[in-house]
Design a binder for this molecule. Structure first.
Ligand code: NAI
Length: 339
C-alpha cells in the first residue's frame, strides 16, 4: 500500500453509484481514502474529485491504475465497460470491488474468470451487496444452521416504484432479477440449473412495451424451486423480500417493518422509496468489509465465478422471457480457484 495507514482507492465511474461510493469511502468507511476518480465525462469527474481533498481526476482507468497513490479500484462504470478495466487491473494485480454485473454476458465474464484463475489467486470481489444486508445475513445464518431442516423453496418479491426511462424486458433480468439470482445461489449454496419466465396480465402502469409484472421460476441443482415476482412499476415504493420454506418452518425477511404507527383508528408504517435507502447499510458494510480484507491482503465476498454464474443465469432468463420456454442454464466447468 502506498500509505501505511489507509487504502488508496480509485473509483472508476462517477455516476449515480460511483459518486455515492466516493461519498461512502470519504465519509463513512474507515481505513480508506479516495485517491482518484475516473470518468469518461471530463466535467463530471472534475466535479466529483473536487468533493474530496487530494483526489486526482482521470478520464482513463489506465492512468489511475498507474498512479502510485492508487492501491485498489472500485469499479462503478456501466457493465459493458467492466471487462477492459478488470482485465487491466488483473494484469497489474490490483484488488477490485466491481459493481454488479461482473460483465454483461457469460462469454466476457468467463474471460475475466480465466484471467483471474490464471493468476492463481482471487483479486476481484463482485458487488452483490445483498449478501451484506443485515436481514439477508440473518436468513443465511438460519438456513445454513439447518435449524428448520432442509430448505425446499424460496419466494422472492422485488418491487420498484417505477422503472427508469428506456428500461427493457432484458434489463428487468440483467439489472433487477440478477440480485435474486445471486441471493438464490448464495442462500441455497448451489447453482441454478433452469429458468422459466411467466407473464401475468400486464399492469396498466407499465410503460408501453415493457412486460410488468413478471414471475420467474428457478430450478436448482438440488431440486429446489425458487419463484420471484418482479414488479418494477408497482407505484408504491421499493420492496424486496424473501421467504424461505424449509422442512420444519419458514423464515421471511424484508417486510420493512421499521417504525410502526397507530393513529386515527389506523396502524401503519413506511415503505422505503428506493434501493439506496433499503440497502444503505448493505452498501456500507460491503465496502467496509472489502477495505478491511484488502488491507489484510485478502479477498472475500462474491467472486468472479459468482459474477459469471449470475451472467449465465441471466442469459437463460432472457431466453426464457423471449421464448416462454423452460431454459436450462449452460455453465462452464468451475476452475479450482473457486471451489
Ligand atoms: P451511471 O450511468 O449513473 O454512471 C456511470 C458512469 O460511468 C457515468 O458517469 C459514465 O460517464 C461513466 N463511464 C462510462 N464508461 C466509462 C469508462 N469506460 N470508464 C470510466 N467511466 C465510465 O450508472 P450507475 O447507475 O451508477 O451504474 C454503475 C454500475 O453500478 C453499473 O454496473 C450498475 O449495474 C451498477 N449498479 C449497482 C446497483 C446495486 O444495487 N448494486 C444499483 C445500481 C447500479
Amino acid at each position: 500500500m502506498s500509505s501505511a495507514s489507509t487504502l488508496g482507492v480509485a473509483v472508476v465511474g462517477t455516476g449515480r453509484m460511483g459518486a455515492d461510493h466516493v461519498r461512502r469511502l470519504a465519509t463513512v468507511v474507515s481505513g480508506a481514502r479516495v485517491a482518484a476518480v475516473v470518468d469518461v465525462d471530463p466535467e463530471r469527474v472534475k466535479r466529483v474529485a473536487a468533493t474530496v481533498e487530494g483526489c486526482a481526476a482521470y478520464t482513463d482507468p489506465a492512468a489511475a491504475m498507474a498512479d502510485d497513490s492508487v492501491d485498489a479500484l472500485l469499479v462503478a462504470s456501466p457493465g459493458p465497460a467492466h471487462e477492459a478495466t478488470l482485465l487491466a487491473a488483473l494484469d497489474r494485480g490490483l484488488p477490485v470491488l466491481c459493481e454488479k454485473p461482473l460483465t454483461p454476458d457469460p462469454e466476457s465474464a468467463l474471460r475475466v474468470v480465466a484471467a483471474e484463475a490464471g493468476l492463481g489467486r482471487r483479486r476481484v470481489q463482485v458487488g452483490f451487496m445483498r449478501r451484506y444486508d443485515a436481514d439477508y445475513l440473518r436468513l443465511k445464518e438460519l438456513l445454513a444452521a439447518g435449524t428448520y431442516g432442509r430448505t425446499l423453496m424460496l419466494h422472492n418479491r422485488h418491487r420498484n416504484p417505477a422503472s427508469p426511462p428506456g428500461f427493457t424486458d432484458r434489463m428487468t433480468v440483467d439489472d433487477s432479477l440478477v440480485h435474486e439470482i445471486d441471493v438464490t445461489r448464495w442462500l441455497l449454496a448451489e447453482e441454478i440449473t433452469a429458468v422459466r419466465a411467466l407473464r401475468p396480465a400486464p399492469s396498466g402502469q407499465a410503460p408501453r412495451g415493457l412486460q410488468d409484472p413478471q414471475l420467474f421460476v428457478f430450478e436448482t441443482a438440488g431440486g429446489r424451486l425458487v419463484d420471484t415476482e418482479l414488479f418494477v412499476n408497482c407505484g408504491f415504493g421499493y420492496q424486496v423480500s424473501c421467504e424461505a420454506v424449509a422442512e420444519r418452518g419458514t423464515a421471511r425477511i424484508g417486510e420493512d417493518h421499521g417504525l410502526l404507527t397507530n393513529t386515527a383508528g389506523r396502524w401503519g408504517g413506511e415503505i422505503t422509496p428506493g434501493f439506496e435507502q433499503r440497502f444503505e447499510g448493505a452498501y456500507d458494510r460491503q465496502v467496509q468489509r472489502w477495505v478491511d480484507a484488502t488491507r489484510r491482503g485478502e479477498v472475500e465476498g462474491p467472486s468472479c465465478w459468482d459474477g459469471y454464474a449470475a451472467a449465465a443465469v441471466c442469459a437463460a432468463g432472457v431466453r426464457a422471457q423471449a421464448t416462454g420456454e423452460r431454459v436450462e442454464v449452460a455453465l462452464a466447468e468451475r476452475p479450482a480457484l473457486y471451489r
